[in-house]
Each structure stands twice: as C-alpha cells, then as structure tokens.
Ligand binder design. Structure first.
Ligand code: HEM
Length: 192
C-alpha cells in the first residue's frame, strides 16, 4: 500500500519540487555563465510581485474582494507563487552575506512546500486511503486488520495535515522577514 501512495502521490509532488530546485540551480548557473549576476539581484522584484499577485486568491477566498472566479484564481495562486519563488531562489543565488534574507528564503521554502502538500498530496491521498479502506472492507477484511494494513498511510496523511496548518502562519513570517530585507535594500539604494 505504501508503495502505491508513494508512486501515485508523493512522486508527482517530489517531481514538482525537484523541478523548482533544478530550475533555480540552472537559472543561477546561466546567470553566472553569461556574467549576468546583476540580473539576479533585480529578479527579487518580479518574484516578489508575482507572489503578491498570487495573494489575490487569498483575498477572494476571504471575501475581501468579491469579483473573480475562485477556481481560476487558485490556479493563478499556485502558478504565480511557484514561478515567483523560482525567481526569488535564483535571486538569492549562492551568495551569503546577510542572515535576514536567508531566513526569509527558508520561510518561503516552507511556505511553498506546505502549499504543495496541500494541493498535491492531501486531498488525493485522503481519497486514496478511503478507497483502500472500502476495498478491504468489501473483501470482508476485519476492521482492526484494515487499520493495521493502512497504518503507515494513515500516519503519513496525519503528518501531512499538519503541514497544511503551517501554510498561513509561515506566510506571515515570510512576509515580515521579506519586508525587512526589502526595506533595508530600498533604504540602501536610496529608493525610500
Ligand atoms: C522587492 C524585492 C527585492 C529586492 C529589491 C531585493 C534586493 C536584494 C539585493 C540588492 C540583494 C543583494 C544584497 C547583498 O549583495 O548583500 C539581495 C540579496 C538577497 N535577497 Fe533579495 N530582494 C527582494 C526580495 C527578496 C525576497 C522576497 C527574498 C526571500 C524570500 C529575498 C532573498 C534574498 C537573499 C537570500 C539574498 C542573498 C543574501 C546574501 O547575500 O546573503 N529577496 N536582495
């Protein structure tokens, strides 16, 4: 059972997350290869703007705004936050001078992963577990035996549900840390 939960749900999740890491490394490599590291410095701006744009979905969901198709806005949320995070990761690059922006980047990473757990793993895995339960019950397997067989799947899903709860609090941490970084850079640049 664990194998198929892994193959059908955890694998696609890992692929999308791996793609994010691979694209970030490739982007960083290309910028260094073509002496365009300065472009990466500015990629923080469109990346941040995309993440801010992705929040339209959250405003719609909480009825702060009443226009817009929620389903379409959710797709926008997922796409814009993924792409925005990619840009910010390339922006962060492999430079280590300051702590604050790295804390912001770690918070962003937790944020992206928790969002993807919610989207790609949780609902589908719950359904998967339910199907397995029904399947066993139809075959006349006793309840304790069913629970025994599905124990690790249930534990995995329970752990994932906790991830989902992390999504909003960690977003607030991410937003505050990013704002600190952005304000200090803007002060340094004399933009504010
Ligand atoms: C308006 C948006 C942003 C601007 C204008 C901006 C600007 C900058 C600049 C100029 C640097 C270079 C600082 C240095 O060389 O010491 C930098 C570094 C960095 N930024 Fe941003 N940034 C923005 C958004 C973000 C966001 C949202 C994150 C993370 C969530 C982030 C993470 C980082 C990291 C990790 C570094 C590398 C720090 C280091 O060298 O140790 N940035 N940013």
């Amino acid at each position: 059972m664990e194998k198929s939960l892994w193959r059908r749900h955890i694998l696609p999740f890992s692929v999308l997350l791996g793609l994010l890491a691979a694209a970030a490394l490739a982007g960083d490599y290309v910028l260094h290869r073509f002496n365009l590291v300065w472009v990466g410095r500015y990629l923080g701006i469109p990346g941040t703007l995309l993440i801010v744009l992705s929040l339209v979905y959250s405003l719609r969901k909480r009825k702060v705004i009443s226009r817009g198709n929620p389903k379409y806005l959710l797709t926008l949320h997922e796409f814009a936050s993924w792409l925005g995070s990619l840009m910010v990761l390339i922006h962060a690059g492999v430079h280590f001078n300051a702590i604050l922006p790295w804390l912001a980047t770690i918070a962003m990473g937790v944020n992206v992963v928790s969002g993807m757990v919610g989207k790609l793993l949780l609902d589908r895995s719950r359904r998967h577990l339910q199907e397995q339960r029904e399947h066993f019950q139809l075959r006349g397997v006793s309840r304790p035996e069913v629970e025994q067989a599905l124990f690790w799947d249930a534990v995995t899903i329970d752990a994932m549900s906790r991830w989902r709860k992390v999504h909003i609090p960690i977003f607030i941490v991410f937003a505050v840390l990013s704002l600190g970084h952005i304000i200090s850079i803007f002060l340094f640049w004399g933009w504010i």
